[in-house]
Design a protein around this ligand. Structure first.
Ligand SMILES: *Cc1c(COP(=O)(O)O)cnc(C)c1O
Length: 390
């Protein structure tokens, strides 16, 4: 059989993260590619999951989520952002990934246009393609990676159905400011757009940056679906417990699609995720402070080696433009880095659509700094001993 994939999966056969992590293992490289922490989250949260399994929480959870998770998400949104949600305004999902997938499948008609910031988290493009939608990118251009409201306005057409935001933003580390969000909100209101916002890094912001949920801006609660998950905030990326919140009608659309994707999500992990949100959010502040120090270590280290690095205000990623080193192609640079230094990074062309993949997106790589200090130091040492020129 030559090719089994349906045509709509062309270009989405695998993920860059799986590919590069496999390469890191095969070559014994330091993996600054895939964004997973190499230390687990709070042990009492993990203990709570084990306890839930032993207590017999092992059969299907309710589709909307276990009552304690729904309550914890509501309490979290109220405590941190002053957002009041009724129980029917919350649905638990199998990670933020499923929430994004179900939102797109539940809200996008074939031919509808979905606007994303670009570069974008790679699942967005795959899901828009699987829904038969058309993705349009609004560039965040280096070195500052800020959105340009004029470009956003120009990208809106009569077919635009969704504005898919992500702040704090992967892969650039951009945290949208209140002013930027107000400009985006004004366009959403003017053009009657639904906003889907992926806020999985909501707790991972650094000094000087504040995460503002766009749903808290005037007029936006009525049109915004907010997505988050336990994975990034609590260094439990393998748990895949997420949620979507917002107007009951949008949440119902997510639930309808979710019913046919997974039906319900991991039952024993949900009470543990609820415990994390109820009792351990302070831990995320400690994590953010540690990540800020690691950002400084990696960004400073890269710059001292003559590599470009942007200024991430959140998440655990930093971008480098490698064109100045003589590399027009990030994939060639990333491959050479494995060979010469034994360091894995993510080449960013996959985070750009066809229109920008050949331009701005072609010569960017992403480094992850959610690794133990000795790992970051080892990577920098390896890079220091390497000729990085093309
Ligand atoms: C990691 C990540 C996700 C996936 O979250 P899960 O809860 O693991 O499914 C979604 N969006 C962005 C931007 C991410 O970085």
């Amino acid at each position: 059989m030559a090719r089994a994939h349906a045509a709509r999966l062309t270009g989405f056969e695998t993920t860059i993260f799986a590919e590069r992590s496999k390469l890191a293992v095969a070559t014994g490289s330091v993996n600054l590619g895939q964004g997973f922490p190499d230390e687990d989250g709070p042990s009492d949260v993990i203990e709570r999951a084990a306890q839930a399994m032993h207590e017999g929480r092992n059969q299907y959870a309710p589709g909307r989520g276990t009552p304690e998770l729904v309550a914890a998400v509501r309490a979290h949104q109220r405590a941190h952002y002053g957002i009041d949600l009724a129980p029917e305004q919350v649905v638990a999902t199998t990670g933020a990934t499923e929430a994004v997938a179900a939102a797109i499948l539940g809200l996008v008609e074939p031919g509808d246009e979905v606007l994303t910031l670009e570069p974008y988290y790679d699942s967005y493009a795959a899901m828009v393609a699987m829904a038969g939608g058309v993705r349009r990118g609004v560039p965040l251009r280096g070195p500052s990676y800020r959105p340009d409201p004029a470009e956003l306005a120009a990208a809106i057409t009569p077919r635009t159905r969704l504005l898919l935001l992500n702040s704090p933003h992967n892969p650039t580390g951009t945290v949208l400011t209140r002013t930027e969000l107000e400009q985006i909100a004004a366009l959403a209101l003017e053009h009657d757009l639904t906003v889907v916002t992926d806020e999985v890094y909501e707790h991972l912001t650094f000094t000087g940056a504040e995460h503002v949920p766009i749903s808290t801006l005037p007029g936006m609660a009525e049109r915004t679906l907010t997505i988050s998950s336990i994975g990034k905030s609590f260094s439990l990326t393998g748990w895949k417990v997420g949620w979507a919140t917002g107007p009951a009608a949008l949440v119902a659309a997510v639930e309808s699609a979710k019913n046919w994707l997974t039906y319900t999500s991991g039952a024993p992990l949900q009470p543990a995720a609820a415990y994390a949100l109820d009792e351990r959010v302070a831990w995320t502040g400690t994590l953010a402070a540690e990540l800020e120090a690691k950002r400084d270590l990696l960004v400073g280290g890269l710059r001292s080696l003559g590599l470009d690095a942007n200024d991430p205000q959140g998440t655990y990623f930093v971008m480098s433009d490698v064109a100045d080193l003589g590399w027009p192609d990030a994939v060639a640079f990333a491959d050479a880095l494995v060979e010469r230094a034994g360091v894995v990074v993510i080449p960013c062309p996959v985070f750009y659509g066809e229109e920008h993949r050949a331009g701005e997106g072609r010569h960017k790589v992403r480094w992850a700094f959610c690794k133990r200090r000795p790992v970051l130091e080892e990577a920098l040492e390896r890079l220091a001993g390497t000729d990085l020129s093309a």
